[in-house]
Design a protein around this ligand. Sequence first.
Ligand SMILES: Cc1cc2nc3c(=O)[nH]c(=O)nc-3n(C[C@H](O)[C@H](O)[C@H](O)COP(=O)(O)OP(=O)(O)OC[C@H]3O[C@@H](n4cnc5c(N)ncnc54)[C@H](O)[C@@H]3O)c2cc1C
Length: 600
Amino acid sequence: MLDKAPNGKVSDLLNALDKALSAGDVESAVDLFQADCYWRDLVTFTWNIKTMEGKDQVRDMLKARLTDTKPSNWKIADGEDASEADGITESWIQFETEVARGFGHMRLKDGRIWTLLTTMSELKGHEEPLGFDRPMGAKHGAERNRKTWKEEREAEAAELGHSRQPYCVIIGGGQGGIALGARLRQLNVPTIIIEKNERPGDSWRKRYKSLCLHDPVWYDHLPYLPFPRNWPVFSPKDKIGDWLEMYTKVMELNYWSSTECKKASYDEKTREWTVVVQRDGKEIVLKPKQLVLATGMSAKANMPKFDGMDIFKGDQHHSSQHPGPDKYKDKKAVVIGSNNSAHDICAALWEAGVDVTMVQRSTTHIVKSDSLMELGLASLYSEQAVQSGMTTAKADLIFASLPYKILHEFQIPVYNAIRERDADFYKRLEKAGFLLDYGDDDSGLFMKYLRRGSGYYIDVGASELIANGSIKLKSGVDVKKLTEHSVILSDGTELPADLVVYATGYGSMNGWAADLISREVANKVGKVWGLGSNTTKDPGPWEGEQRNMWKPTQQEALWFHGGNLHQSRHYSQFLSLQLKARMEGIPTPVYGLQKVHHLG
Ligand SMILES: Cc1cc2nc3c(=O)[nH]c(=O)nc-3n(C[C@H](O)[C@H](O)[C@H](O)COP(=O)(O)OP(=O)(O)OC[C@H]3O[C@@H](n4cnc5c(N)ncnc54)[C@H](O)[C@@H]3O)c2cc1C
């Protein structure tokens, strides 16, 4: 028999919360929280993405936002039951605010709230046309001069950006721009996506030949249209490119390919952007109210500068420009860097018969793909999870419900278990001279990704080639200079080279703001990405959320969107709702707008 006790506990607490909040009684509401509590709000109370840590922060937020928000109807989500394990009672919850419906998650410890996640599902009166409300498509009856769907689409394409301005322009039509564009289309926010490549999906197609997604299919779905059940676990890059192209079409996005944004500026008086784009050799000026940079956090190549690069006679390029191994058979290659791209490229070069050396300057976190799938992701994103009833939406929300401040505490045991399971593998890598780390606090890959977006390789085979010496390794050294035919390392080693690949990573999205808007605006918004964890490449102070991503920035009407497929899917919901609310004139007072502590 189902134990109803957890339901009773959660309902009692929600009733008490409802009562306190409805009465404007902040102190009674705060009393329902643990001392070490976390309330993560995705847009419902704060019109921001913000975690309140501890009772004082919860109190401050409620004092500032309760009157406007007018929350009500807190209850266990329809069709759900609370559960209890290891002294924690948890439940899906639903609630409303004055302007929106919300969904969330709550964990109780000792009868009080330990973690609370509140997310905006939809704006009242602006619901997406789904299910019972889906469009008819056909227009039954008789009507003179009626337009077909195709004619309407063509008319929209002809006028939007020409005789009618879009409300929103998204620069960058990779998966980020596409997912956000799909959500905005459903919310009826006139939007144009600007993409300099010829076809949607090209940002994947143009990457090195051997690339397959490192994350599995269950993690990668786009909004509205999940991959079919026969989709491969790790999608090859050209296949994901084709999916994005198909998606762009069927989701009816206004996607301007072969169009480059040249510059953008904001007029604080008219509260309007001027966005200059080059399309088919012609300059077009767009005047949106909102501008989203979805230009990619892995798109602004970090190209190092070494003496002698100008005299090197072989091929040299950043990993993002690497064409693949085919023309380098029997040649000598040096790959500078030791993260994902470096490993993938080294392995593909070795497979093609190239003599390849990896140059590793500092430590790298390696995790075997199958271990990551089984120990790191399986409970939320796997076939087993699907079989046991886990949906993508719930998996995303469970992940979102773990506050960043303590997320590493959940991650450390996972990576300890992986280290134990793969101890031999790590030993052999170290024996080959590879410099390993597991994150500054041993919290592994996800934390590295969230904090700095780099510093790891998900092993799909290259590590074995390093361990057995097939891929040669020089570690703990830097490049001193290049000569006409070689790379000279800081320890004096000379590596003859026909090809040098700089797998040296990517710069912050802040750089895009500097390039396209101005250095002044880039400095005003500051660093993009990272949590302020005070770990390598993620300087403090603690921010509590990822800097500048999917939420208001210090520059009015400027937004950053992107991340991996999971983040792009999940956070596009909250960014699209923020944009829609602004378009509809719904007041959106931002609580706790982040301060800028670091520039680019
Ligand atoms: C080697 C590699 C492997 C990866 N593996 C994974 C993985 O397995 N799973 C995963 O989720 N992520 C992975 N990533 C991260 C990946 O980069 C992102 O998930 C994805 O590409 C981000 O999508 P995006 O739309 O934010 O950016 P991008 O795909 O980089 O798209 C940005 C777009 O902006 C366009 N653009 C830039 N400037 C302008 C301009 N001025 N005008 C017009 N257009 C412009 C670019 O042409 C580009 O198409 C990987 C990245 C790399 C480099």
